[in-house]
Structure formats: C-alpha cells, structure tokens
Design a protein around this ligand. Structure first.
Ligand code: SAM
Length: 243
C-alpha cells in the first residue's frame, strides 16, 4: 500500500500515461500504477546506485520488467526526447527539482503533465513553472506522519510562445485572494483560495517559527538585528492578514 503522499501523486497521473518517475528510489509509484494497468509504461530514473538496485529489485519481483524500465542517470538524462508525456518528481527539495527541469529542458518537449512534490522550496518550483510556459493546473496539500506536503500539477500552456503568459499567472488563479503575486507564488494560489485546515496549519507553524526567530533577534542590541526583527514583524503581520 502506498503512503498517503504517493497515493495522492498516483491519483494525479493521467490514465494511460507514458510516465517518467525521476528519483524513483524503490520505484513504488510506477510499480503501483503498472500493477493496476494505469500506465502504458514507465521509466524509473535514479542517480544513485543503492536506490537504483532497490528499484530494479522491486520491478523484477512485481514481474513488471516489460512495463517499467529502471535507468541510472541524472534527472531527465534518462529519458529520450518524446518518450514520455508525464513526469513525476517527488520527495526532494524544490531547488533540486528546478535544477533537474532546467537541465532537461529539451526533454520536456512532448511532455504534457508535470507532477511535482517538493519537500521544501515550493515557491521556486511555482516560479519556474510560470517562467517556462507551464500552467499551474492543480495544487494539493496533505499531512502525513507530522509532515506537510504540497503537490503541484502543471500542464503546458497551449501555444506557449504565442499565448499571453500573463493570463496564466497565479493572479488569475486566485482572483478573490488579496495577496501579492510573490505571495501567491510562495503560498500557492489554489491552496490560498481553498484555505484547507492543513494549509492553515502549515502557515500557523511557519508563523510560530518566525515568532521564535523574532524573540531571538529581540535579545540582541545590534542595529542589524533591530532591522531584521522589524522586517520579520512586518512579514508576520502581512501573513496573518492573508490568512
Ligand atoms: N520519489 C520517491 C518518493 O517520493 O517517495 C523517492 C524520494 S527519495 C527521498 C529521493 C530520490 O531522488 C533518492 O532516491 C535520490 O537518489 C534521487 N535523486 C536525487 N537527485 C537526483 C537526480 N538528480 N536525478 C535522479 N534522481 C535523483
């Protein structure tokens, strides 16, 4: 049985996908989908030997070597142009996800759906999507084992070169929310609009963390600490307003 996090990602993979799961570790996601006949085939990419062996073993034991190709390589280097139409990248930092996508830009031609689950640094991922002609189509947030995860699903903007990319900017996705474009990218336009309990919980925890930093800064006499504290106070107040 998949974790709640991987199950949510699995649910987002379109039926019949030609999938690449990058950083697949034990290949749990592609194995789960292939066992249920939900995907045409999958590439399970891994940059590290240990996880690669684990993935191969898992695929072998499930009798799925015909459907899932386990490949060693960095990011999107494991896929050939046009080979897949859906890519999942889950369980790593947002900065790493962005660097994988940027390094593999030519491989994204023909890819229609990206399902990305950064453990941290969601803002960098949203910014990359908006800057590279992708439309943020859905956002999910969930809590499991005391951790909060966000899952971002993006589709290609049709005729990206010609389209008015502004039209796809987060502002349009959350018309009723009063946050700045930067704040929308940071907190997530759909997540803000839905304002689920988990989302509110995430940001209340974040505010608590900020308060603790403020309290630390308040102990210092230094001019720089004063300034930093004032900035942080403003940020906290703004976040409270948004919530
Ligand atoms: N995707 C699975 C999940 O969400 O449960 C596994 C996540 S695991 C924490 C992250 C995996 O990404 C590790 O197995 C690691 O070896 C792999 N990884 C890290 N950088 C990578 C890269 N540049 N290309 C491919 N895989 C990478």
């Amino acid at each position: 049985k998949l974790s709640k996090r991987l199950q949510q990602i699995a649910d987002l993979v379109p039926n019949g996908a030609r999938l690449a799961d990058i950083g697949s570790d034990h290949a749990l996601l592609p194995v789960h989908l292939a066992e249920r006949g939900m995907i045409a085939f999958a590439v399970a990419g891994e940059v590290n030997e240990g996880p690669l062996r684990a993935a191969s073993k898992q695929v072998c034991e499930a009798g799925l070597t015909e459907r899932i190709d386990v490949r060693l390589g960095d990011g999107l280097a494991v896929i050939r142009p046009g080979e897949v139409d859906v890519i999942t990248i889950a369980g790593m930092g947002g900065a790493l996800i962005v660097s994988i996508l940027s390094a593999g830009l030519p491989k994204l031609e023909g890819v229609r759906t990206l399902i990305l689950q950064p453990n941290v640094g969601e803002e960098a991922v949203r910014r990359w999507l908006v800057d590279h002609g992708w439309f943020l189509a859905k956002e999910h947030i969930l809590e499991e084992d005391g951790k909060i995860y966000e899952i971002l699903t993006a589709m290609r903007v049709p005729n990206a070169e010609k389209a008015n990319v502004e039209l796809y900017a987060p502002r349009q996705l959350a018309p009723s929310v009063t946050a700045s474009p930067d704040r929308l990218l940071q907190m997530g336009p759909y997540l803000l609009e839905q304002a689920s309990d988990t989302f509110i919980h995430k940001w209340l925890l974040e505010l608590e963390k900020m308060e603790r930093i403020c309290a630390q800064l308040a102990l210092s006499e230094a001019e720089a600490s004063r300034r930093k504290e004032a900035e942080l106070r403003e940020y906290i107040a703004e976040t409270e307003d948004i919530l």
